[in-house]
Design a protein around this ligand. Structure first.
Ligand code: SF4
Length: 224
């Protein structure tokens, strides 16, 4: 099992030197068998993630909702529909894990607050798994940071005071990262109030994603 991140270590992962299909497959088996915070999960552990060593784009969201937990398919909900629209991708392309890896900040459904709204992602996932997973994704050149949890984790001290300020500073994080709000219905008003996102961020995001995933995956690559 990989060690936890130590305090003060850089958030941005170094480009991995070596990775292999077998190593990633073993790691994904370990992740999918994880029970670390079972006692805290109202629906039990069900890590939802996907990746192959040939993935070019990494999508980092918050944590599965109930529908994603039930189906085991990430972004299999109206937020996923909007995200695919933002990226300019159909479902088949979005779910082609030879091109796109999906690893949320919390891998299992975390439950809900009594007053409504999902609980934050479990912090154990990042501590246990993220460095090891990222080390097995050598071809990722763009990481989409969806929401403040992903932005705080991956941008560290470079994150701005608010999500809006971080997204507005999107050019500062290129070429490795693009920060976005969450594509849920709650964001509809935010999008209207911040037209730069649709006018400037999304066209550049679509261009980069198309450039990266337009390449054929490595010969013989198959989903893990
Ligand atoms: S939430 Fe993360 S740490 Fe907890 S059981 Fe699921 S995969 Fe393991």
């Amino acid at each position: 099992m990989p060690r936890a991140r130590r305090a003060g270590e850089p958030r941005r992962p170094a480009r991995p030197a070596r990775a292999s299909r077998a190593a990633l497959a073993r790691l994904l088996d370990d992740v999918r068998a994880c029970r670390r915070c079972e006692a805290e999960l109202p629906l039990g552990p069900r890590p939802v993630l996907r990746a192959t060593p040939t993935s070019r784009v990494l999508v980092v969201g918050q944590a599965p909702g109930t529908r994603v937990h039930e189906t085991g398919v990430p972004w299999n909900d109206p937020s996923g529909d909007r995200l695919r629209e933002w990226l300019g991708l159909d479902r088949d392309t979005f779910y082609d894990e030879r091109r796109i890896a999906i690893i949320p900040m919390g891998l299992c459904y975390p439950g809900r607050y009594e007053r409504g709204g999902d609980l934050p992602p479990r912090p154990e996932c990042a501590e246990l798994w993220f460095d090891a997973l990222r080390a097995q994704l050598p071809r990722v050149e763009l990481t989409l940071l969806i929401g403040s949890y992903a932005q705080r984790h991956y941008l560290g001290d470079d994150v701005r005071k608010t999500l809006t300020e971080t997204v507005a500073a999107w050019r500062d994080y290129l070429p490795d990262f693009v920060p976005t709000p969450h594509p849920s219905w709650r964001t509809t008003r935010w999008l209207k109030e911040h037209p730069f996102f649709g006018d400037e961020v999304l066209p550049e995001l679509r261009r980069r994603v198309t450039d990266l995933i337009g390449d054929d995956p490595a010969p013989g690559a198959r989903p893990v």
